[in-house]
Design a protein around this ligand. Structure first.
Ligand code: NAD
Length: 315
């Protein structure tokens, strides 16, 4: 089995590459990445592995997508520009990467006769849906350009699966965290920001009063579901969409308290305004992924946060 991971130098992609290379049944793991938000340091440990290949390229360029798909059996498409605020600041670039790049990858897969394609969607597609927990069949109206790009991905995936005999699985990741998640830059996610603050004794800013909730998900769950869908049984000519989360909800203040305790920090948080485009409460129903793929989420947040804190201490 030869697998292409786009965005493999990023947080989720590099964790997936590591897990794939640990398996004997995977003969090649190729990464396509342009290092827009990913880092060479995330994949440095694999560069000497004869079963690993790096294609430096851009999913906005169809030729790069075709080159990366040569001889590949299945694709895990993780490359995208994440972050709701980034998409509000620059919707065109988010569209070009997340939608046009996505379509280029689907076209490359079609042209090369690859039948299995799994990809990163996002819980942001639930938008303003005022229902909890979220189930895959019902979505609301999107609240940001980022969510619009991920919703568009799902529409194209549906059309490609039906018309070109592909098996496609889209993953609506809820808030993922773990080792190799970038703590730097204006669009860093909340858990790496909290850990960085705790380790450096700098007060973190909590958006709102801390009561915003998320279904925070250790990256191991995301890695596992990608592998289950890449290697397991999926029907032909079918597009599946799965929630990927723990199925538990935790508020920001509780996460900060856990991080503070694990990092043994004395610093106190300050509060800022709720960000535009942000969903206030988020909880997933993960029973569809359990039923179809045998997904078993690891939901020990404290253990996963401890792993993340250890990683950031070592940086
Ligand atoms: N982290 C989360 O909580 C979360 C939640 C929902 C969805 N997602 C989605 O999961 C995927 C992976 O996210 P992540 O958190 O690992 O982000 P990340 O930024 O760490 O990884 C994205 C990777 O894609 C690469 N990339 C960006 N633009 C590219 C381009 N034009 N051509 C080639 N490569 C490009 C980046 O360099 C990076 O290595 C993304 O599709 C993201 O939208 C993530």
């Amino acid at each position: 089995m030869k697998i292409l991971v786009t965005g493999g130098a990023g947080f989720i992609g590099s964790n997936l590459v590591k897990a794939l290379l640990d398996r004997d049944d995977i003969h090649l793991v190729r990464v396509l990445d342009n290092f827009a938000t990913g880092h060479l340091s995330n994949i440095e440990e694999f560069l000497d592995n004869p079963r690993f290949e790096l294609v430096e390229g851009d999913i906005r360029n169809p030729e790069d997508c075709l080159k990366a798909c040569n001889g590949i059996d299945a694709v895990s498409h993780q490359a995208a520009l994440g972050s709701v605020p980034r998409s509000i600041a620059d919707p065109i670039t988010s569209h070009n990467v997340n939608v046009n790049g996505f379509l280029n990858m689907l076209e490359a897969v079609r042209e090369k006769g690859i039948q299995r394609f799994v990809y990163a969607s996002s819980s942001s597609v639930y938008g303003d849906l005022n229902e909890s927990p979220k189930i895959e069949k019902r979505v609301g109206k999107v609240l940001s350009p980022y969510a619009a790009t991920k919703m568009t991905n799902e529409l194209y995936a549906e059309a490609y699966a039906k018309n070109y005999n592909l098996s496609i699985a889209g993953f609506r990741y809820f808030n993922v965290f773990g080792p190799k998640q970038d703590p730097n830059g204006p669009y860093a996610a909340v858990i790496p920001l909290f850990v960085k603050s705790a380790l450096n004794n700098v007060p973190p800013t909590i958006n709102g009063d801390g009561s915003i909730t998320r279904d925070f998900t250790p990256v191991a769950n995301v890695v596992n579901i990608n592998i289950l869908a890449l290697l397991g049984y999926l029907e032909g000519s079918k597009h599946y969409v799965f929630n990927v989360a723990c199925g538990n909800t935790t508020d920001l203040l509780s996460i900060w308290k856990m991080v503070k305790e694990i990092a043994k920090s004395n610093v106190n948080a300050v509060h800022g305004p709720v960000r535009k485009g942000d969903i206030l409460f988020s909880l997933a129903d993960v029973s569809f992924a359990k039923e179809i793929l045998g997904y078993k989420p690891e939901s020990d947040l404290k253990r996963a946060l401890t792993e993340a804190v250890e990683y950031y201490k070592g940086l």
